[in-house]
Design a protein around this ligand. Structure first.
Ligand SMILES: Cc1cc2nc3c(=O)[nH]c(=O)nc-3n(C[C@H](O)[C@H](O)[C@H](O)COP(=O)(O)O)c2cc1C
Length: 324
């Protein structure tokens, strides 16, 4: 389980940061993996509204945001944490939000679905100095559409009024405890999933496709990873094309080595695609091999055939091991 926290206050030890840290600390204690990203320290340029993402599916602005698209795609839960500035999120957070337009375009203009979309959750943490009834309304709306763009369901808000000076949140009677409780609650369903690893040689075609289908079909029951014994430089473009025919967006995936799997991540199931070389062993895991031909150097028709075989096998695997 991976939780991405987006810290949006320029005060690095301010109320937002304390609240988010409490939330993420509880996730870690429960056994989840976290990344606490200080958005205000990143170099993120504003969206120019140039329309490149609508035509080509990517943002041409060359800055720290480029590395964030894959991280957003990897997250099971995205936590947006911001102080209220003029009834909205901070300008730094808004830059980040606006640049998620590239993901919005991939979905709504180009018609591709992120394989993690069905199960990813989004949560909002916010603080404001005043006691106004509506102080969180603008930010909640912005968060709702941000979460939709990054492929997450908006699963709630914790917002605290009359929190102004650094340290105010520490003396709030319930805030930090609430954040910990919500973290536990939101994390629990993800932690009960079985760990499923797909491996092949290059992690550029077969195991990537299998992982995407498994995430889409059963990301609530399986925590899915894929890796290769000798990973390629990049995913196979023809594989990406044939997956788009299935409506699945394979962008921002990079072939990974088996040694790059998260620390201490022990799979319950390992499925190899056709163990030509260096097939790894994982003590304690249920292993199976699907003996699928490598489509890397073959025709598009061959790639489609492998894709369809992978899809069927993933479907059968899920109904055999973890039906809904
Ligand atoms: C530029 C600016 C605008 C603000 N606008 C609002 C506002 O509209 N409503 C509100 O309740 N508080 C507003 N505040 C107060 C902050 O939300 C509040 O101090 C918060 O606790 C800061 O969180 P932090 O410690 O994480 O930076 C504003 C503060 C600043 C600096």
């Amino acid at each position: 389980m991976f939780v991405l926290g987006l810290q949006g206050s320029p005060r690095s030890k301010g109320n937002t940061s304390t609240l988010l840290s409490a939330f993420l600390d509880e996730v870690e204690k429960s056994g989840g993996r976290v990344k606490n990203l200080d958005v205000t320290r990143m170099k993120i340029l504003p969206c120019l509204g140039c329309g490149t993402c609508e035509k080509k599916g990517y943002c041409p602005r060359d800055d720290d945001m480029q590395a964030m698209y894959p991280v957003l795609r990897e997250a099971d839960l995205v936590v947006l944490a911001t102080p209220i500035y003029f009834y909205g999120p901070t300008a730094q957070m808004k830059l980040f939000i606006d640049r998620s337009q590239a993901l919005w375009s991939r979905k709504y203009v180009l018609g591709m679905e992120d394989p993690g979309r069905k199960w990813r959750q989004g949560f909002l943490l916010a603080v404001g100095a005043t006691k106004g009834k509506n102080i969180f309304d603008g930010t909640k709306l912005t968060a709702k559409y941000f979460f939709d763009a990054v492929g997450a369901d908006f699963s709630g808000t914790l917002g605290y009024r009359k929190v102004e000076h650094v340290g105010d949140i520490d003396s709030h009677p319930t805030a930090l405890g609430d954040a910990r409780a919500r973290a536990k609650e939101l994390t629990a369903p993800f932690l009960n999933r079985k760990k499923l690893l797909f491996v092949c040689t290059e992690n550029a075609c077969r195991s990537q496709m299998a992982a995407a289908f498994a995430r889409q079909m059963a990301g609530d029951r399986f925590e899915v990873e894929s890796a290769g014994s000798a990973p390629a430089e990049k995913s196979n473009p023809m594989m990406e094309t044939v997956m788009v025919e299935k409506g699945l967006d394979m962008a921002y995936l990079k072939p990974e080595a088996i040694s790059d799997l998260p620390d201490g991540w022990q799979p319950d199931f390992v499925v190899s695609m056709g163990c030509e070389v260096d097939c790894p062993t994982f003590p304690g895991a249920v292993m199976e091999d699907w003996d699928l031909s490598d489509p890397a150097e073959e025709s598009v028709a061959f790639m489609r055939d492998i894709r369809d075989q992978v899809e069927n096998r993933v479907e059968n695997f899920i109904s055999e091991h973890m039906p809904s």
